[in-house]
Design a binder for this molecule. Structure first.
Ligand code: PHE
Length: 500
C-alpha cells in the first residue's frame, strides 16, 4: 500500500504488541510531535492503527509553594517561634511570636489563618498558645510539598487543600498512544511505499501546470487542532452596551459629560455641604489644574443660597461655610450624578420640560481601598426620571423592570441617607454563588434643595447603579479583580458570553 511519507514512518514505527506514546514515536522517528499526531489520526481513520487516550492530572508547585518548600510553611514557622518562647499551653504575645518568626506581612496572614485550623494551638486577642508537641517536619502539608517536588503524588485530600491554598497547580496531561490493528499488521506485512500525494500546493505546481495530475492527501477534519483564541469585546463593555440598549428600550436618552469636572457639578449642586467628609481627598481625587471657568453665575448663586439658608419654608440649609473657590476646584468625578446636574440645570442641552428620562453608563473614580468588591474606578449606571407626582414606588418599579431584563428578580430595598435625596434607598441583589446580599445601587428622589436652584419644579427620581456589581450577579464571579486589571481571570473573560 501507499502512504504519505510521515504516515509511512509512523506506521512502520508503531508496534503490533506494545502501545507507544506520541512522545516515544517522536523520539524514535525524529518527527515533530504535531506530525506524529497528524499522521496517527490519518492512520487511525484508515483502520491501520488504534489510538488510546489517557488523561491524567499532575500537581506542580507554584512559586509560593516552592518558597515554602524551602523555608517551610508560614504556620510552621510561627509554631516554631512560639515553641522557642516557652512551654506548651502558655500564653505569649502574638506580636512577639511574629517578630521572632521573621515572617513577612503576607506570610503572617497565611500563618494566622492556618495555625488554628491545623490545631497547633489557639490565637485570641493578641495572645498565642501552642498546645501540640510535634516535629514540624512531619506536618502532612509540608511533607506533601516535598513529595510533589519529587514527582510523587500525595493523598487527594492534601492535593485539594494545597491547591486551594495556591501552593500547587494541577496540570492536566493527555497521553495518546498507538498500536497496530489487525488490518495494520497484515497491510504492513505486504509492504508500504511512499505515496506521491502532496499536502501543500506550491506556486511552482500552479505555474508549471502539473497540479492537475497530482494526487492530494485528504484533509482529516477530525484531527484535533490547537484551540483558537481570538480577541473579543470585554464582558464589561458588552454588558455596558446591553445596559444602554435596555435603557433606550425603556425610553431613556443618553447623557454625556466630562470625567474631570468642577466640584460645583459633582458636589455643590447635590447639596453636599462643603465640609462633608466625602468631599475630602480620602474619598475623591482632586486634580492640580486651574479652577473651572464659565460656571453659570445665576445657578451658582442659587446653589450657595440653598446651602446657606435652604429652600422653602421648612428648609434651613447648613449655615456652614460655603466658598466659590471650593466649588471651582476640579476633581475626577466620584459619581456621574454630575451629569444629571448638568442636564437638569438646562446647561447641557437646554431647558427640559417634563416628562424626561435620561441615563449614562460611564466611569467614576473613588479613592477606595481595593478589595473584592471595590476598585478605584468603576462604571456607574446613572439615571433619572423627571415627571409630576413621582414616588418611591415608581423607583422600585423601574428597578424591578430593569433588573428583570437581566434575569435578576430578587431585589431587596433598604432605607438610606443621601444629602441630595429624600427619601433614599439602597438596592441589594443576591449573589448567585454565595447567596450573600450585595449592594448594587443607591437611589432616591432629589430634594428641593437640589432641584430648586436648577430651576426644576416637578419631581425627579434618580439612581446610581454599579455595572460591575450587576456583572457579578449575572455571572457569579466573586472578585471584581477577576474582570479588571492585571489579576483578571482570562479564562472567565474568554469563555463568558453576554446573552441578549
Ligand atoms: N450618586 C449616588 C452614588 O454614587 C447615586 C445616586 C444618584 C443616588 C442619584 C441618588 C440619586 O452612590
Amino acid at each position: 500500500m501507499k502512504l504519505p511519507k510521515n504516515q509511512k514512518i509512523v506506521f512502520e514505527a508503531a508496534s503490533p504488541t506494545e502501545e507507544k506514546t506520541f512522545e516515544q514515536l517522536s523520539e524514535e522517528t525524529e518527527l515533530k510531535l504535531e506530525h506524529i499526531s497528524g499522521a496517527s489520526f490519518a492512520l487511525e481513520s484508515q483502520g491501520l492503527i488504534s489510538i488510546t487516550t489517557l488523561s491524567d492530572s499532575k500537581p506542580s508547585l507554584t512559586d509560593e509553594g516552592s518558597l515554602y518548600l524551602q523555608h517551610s510553611l508560614p504556620e510552621l514557622r510561627l509554631y516554631q517561634a512560639v515553641r522557642l518562647l516557652g512551654e506548651l499551653e502558655t500564653e505569649f504575645d502574638l506580636s512577639q511570636a511574629i517578630s521572632q518568626s521573621s515572617l513577612n506581612k503576607n506570610e503572617v496572614s497565611v500563618a494566622l489563618s492556618n495555625y488554628a485550623r491545623k490545631d497547633y494551638g489557639t490565637i485570641n486577642q493578641g495572645k498565642i498558645i501552642s498546645s501540640r508537641d510535634f516535629d514540624p517536619k512531619s506536618d502532612p502539608e509540608q511533607v506533601a510539598l516535598s513529595s510533589i517536588d519529587q514527582g510523587v503524588e500525595p493523598d487527594q485530600s492534601i492535593v485539594t487543600r494545597l491547591e486551594s491554598r495556591g501552593l500547587i497547580n494541577i496540570n492536566q496531561l493527555t497521553t495518546r498512544s498507538v498500536i497496530l490493528t489487525k488490518k495494520g499488521i497484515s497491510e504492513r506485512k505486504k509492504g508500504v511505499k511512499i505515496s506521491q500525494s502532496v499536502t501543500n500546493l506550491t506556486p511552482q505546481m500552479l505555474s508549471q501546470g502539473n497540479w492537475e495530475n497530482l494526487e492530494y492527501t485528504a484533509y482529516n477534519v477530525e484531527a484535533e487542532a490547537a484551540p483558537y483564541i481570538g480577541g473579543r469585546v470585554h464582558i464589561l463593555r458588552e454588558t455596558a452596551e446591553r445596559v444602554k440598549d435596555t435603557l433606550v428600550s425603556m425610553g431613556f436618552q443618553e447623557m454625556e459629560g466630562p470625567h474631570a469636572d468642577s466640584e460645583f457639578w459633582i458636589n455643590d449642586c447635590l447639596f453636599m455641604p462643603q465640609d462633608h467628609p466625602a468631599r475630602t481627598h480620602w474619598d475623591q481625587f482632586a486634580l492640580s489644574v486651574p479652577p473651572a471657568q464659565n460656571l453659570p453665575t445665576d445657578i451658582v448663586e442659587k446653589v450657595q443660597n440653598s446651602h446657606l439658608d435652604g429652600v422653602g419654608t421648612d428648609g434651613d440649609g447648613y449655615h456652614s461655610p460655603w466658598s466659590e473657590d471650593v466649588a471651582l476646584g476640579i476633581d475626577l468625578r466620584g459619581h456621574t450624578t454630575s451629569l444629571s446636574m448638568r442636564y437638569l440645570s438646562g446647561q447641557a442641552i437646554g431647558h427640559l420640560e417634563p416628562p424626561q428620562r435620561f441615563f449614562s453608563v460611564e466611569k467614576v473614580y473613588r479613592n477606595d481601598t481595593l478589595d473584592p468588591t471595590h476598585l478605584l474606578e468603576f462604571f456607574q449606571i446613572e439615571g433619572w426620571v423627571m415627571a409630576e407626582n413621582l414616588s418611591v414606588r415608581d423607583l422600585m418599579g423601574t428597578f424591578t423592570e430593569f433588573y428583570r431584563r437581566f434575569g435578576i428578580t430578587n431585589l431587596k430595598f433598604k432605607p438610606h441617607y443621601n444629602p441630595y435625596t429624600e427619601p433614599s434607598f439602597e438596592l441589594f441583589g443576591e449573589h448567585p454563588r454565595t447567596g450573600e446580599l450585595i449592594e448594587i445601587g443607591n437611589s432616591g428622589l432629589f430634594r428641593d434643595e437640589v432641584l430648586h436652584p436648577l430651576g426644576v419644579s416637578c419631581d425627579v427620581m434618580a439612581w446610581g447603579l454599579a455595572l460591575e456589581r450587576l456583572l457579578m450577579l449575572m455571572y457569579g464571579f466573586e472578585d471584581i479583580r477577576d474582570v479588571h486589571g492585571t489579576l483578571c481571570d482570562l479564562q472567565l473573560l474568554r469563555s463568558t458570553g453576554v446573552p441578549y
